[in-house]
Design a binder for this molecule. Structure first.
Ligand SMILES: Cc1cc2nc3c(=O)[nH]c(=O)nc-3n(C[C@H](O)[C@H](O)[C@H](O)COP(=O)(O)OP(=O)(O)OC[C@H]3O[C@@H](n4cnc5c(N)ncnc54)[C@H](O)[C@@H]3O)c2cc1C
Length: 319
């Protein structure tokens, strides 16, 4: 979407082929949390993710000014204190809040934690709502979207004779055999007993777990990172996700489970994104845990290459 939008807004004639219908339920994006969190992600990611992520924040703000930028909050229970301090050391862009300031920011968390890290500049989108908004923007910018149109890059090149940008995620393995799927499991619950204004991350010894508020009293609890390519959610993962929510606020015990599922994140062996270029063919893939965070900046880079021949050595690989 972001690739199509960037080119359409720059005046290119764009056709976006999407094999799914407008609900986009089969891609990885359907399962995503939609956090735009380059500072928090620095704890476990390469500096490249922070660089592209920071640029993306500006591009999200510019393209969708209504994107919520209410920051994100990191909390920990006392047994995970060392990991919490490590998280604070590995990241920047945060301020330390005491219990009072934390309760002022998120009244539902009053008396739950003795302190927290507040990353004020981070944002989040609701993937299932923001993609239709981007579709509208693309159409208004003159782009043509063809849903239920499953194509290969070869077919596109034959049909149009022009530049093809392959963004098929994990489905591009025919062209990118190094791609693998990394499973992420999530749960959506509904309760009117808890109210959060921003994503809350709970320091956890195994996974960066978080709770993201969504409309209609719903909360997305995510996400595991499992080196498996099957679908579904294991009992162990469900227990850990739900326990994390319960640990943040006991009222989650009475919440209604709305949905439970998993998606496969497309990743290269180094877990970094890559733009591969072969003459008129480009492929953008390997967005791993950061598709929503990185998509705008990657789109800007491909546009810079096509329009002005600009090369970003950290991300681009030319044949
Ligand atoms: C549980 C979970 C939580 C996550 N949380 C976050 C988060 O908080 N923040 C974040 O930034 N990222 C997050 N991610 C990662 C993010 O979802 C992925 O990085 C992103 O979806 C990858 O985007 P993509 O466009 O490459 O692939 P996809 O999202 O899979 O999109 C590929 C699209 O190509 C279409 N397609 C495939 N083949 C064809 C074909 N032949 N013809 C036409 N169309 C085709 C598919 O239908 C699909 O719509 C999360 C992922 C998971 C699983």
């Amino acid at each position: 979407m972001w690739q199509a939008l960037a080119f359409a807004r720059a005046g290119y004639r764009v056709t976006l082929h999407e094999r799914d219908d407008g609900d986009l339920t089969t891609g990885t994006s359907h399962w995503a949390g939609g956090m735009l969190a380059p500072y928090c992600e620095a704890e476990a990611s390469e500096p490249l993710i922070t660089r592209l992520g920071l640029r993306s924040l500006a591009l999200w703000r510019e393209a969708l000014p209504e994107t919520p930028f209410k920051g994100s909050l990191v909390v920990a229970h006392s047994r995970d204190r060392n990991d919490y301090e490590r998280f604070a050391r590995m990241t920047s862009g945060h301020q330390r809040l005491d219990a009072q300031a934390l309760a002022k920011l998120e009244p539902s968390l009053d008396s739950r934690f003795r302190d927290g890290l507040f990353f004020a500049d981070e944002g989040h989108v609701e993937p299932r709502r923001v993609l239709p908004q981007l579709h509208d923007k693309l159409v208004r910018a003159g782009g043509d979207i063809r849903f239920r149109s499953s194509v290969t890059p070869d077919e596109c090149a034959r049909e149009s004779g022009s530049i093809v940008i392959d963004c098929r995620g994990l489905f591009a393995r025919d062209a990118l055999p190094q791609l693998r799927g990394v499973k992420g499991e999530m749960v959506i619950v509904e309760t009117s007993e808890v109210s959060l204004s921003r994503p809350v991350r709970l320091i956890h010894p195994r996974w960066p777990l978080y709770i993201i508020p969504r409309d209609d009293n719903q909360f997305m609890i995510g996400a595991t990172t499992v080196e498996r390519e099957d679908s579904g959610v294991s009992v162990r993962s469900a227990l850990e996700l739900l326990s994390a929510a319960y640990a943040v606020h006991p009222a989650f015990a009475e919440a209604r489970i709305v949905e439970i599922g998993s998606g496969l994140r497309p990743a290269f062996p180094d877990n970094l994104p890559r733009i591969s270029i072969d003459k008129q063919r480009l492929s953008v893939n390997g967005l791993y845990r950061h598709g929503f965070l990185l998509a705008p900046a990657l789109a800007e880079l491909t546009l810079g290459y096509v329009a002005r021949g600009e090369i970003d050595n950290e991300v681009m690989q030319c044949a």
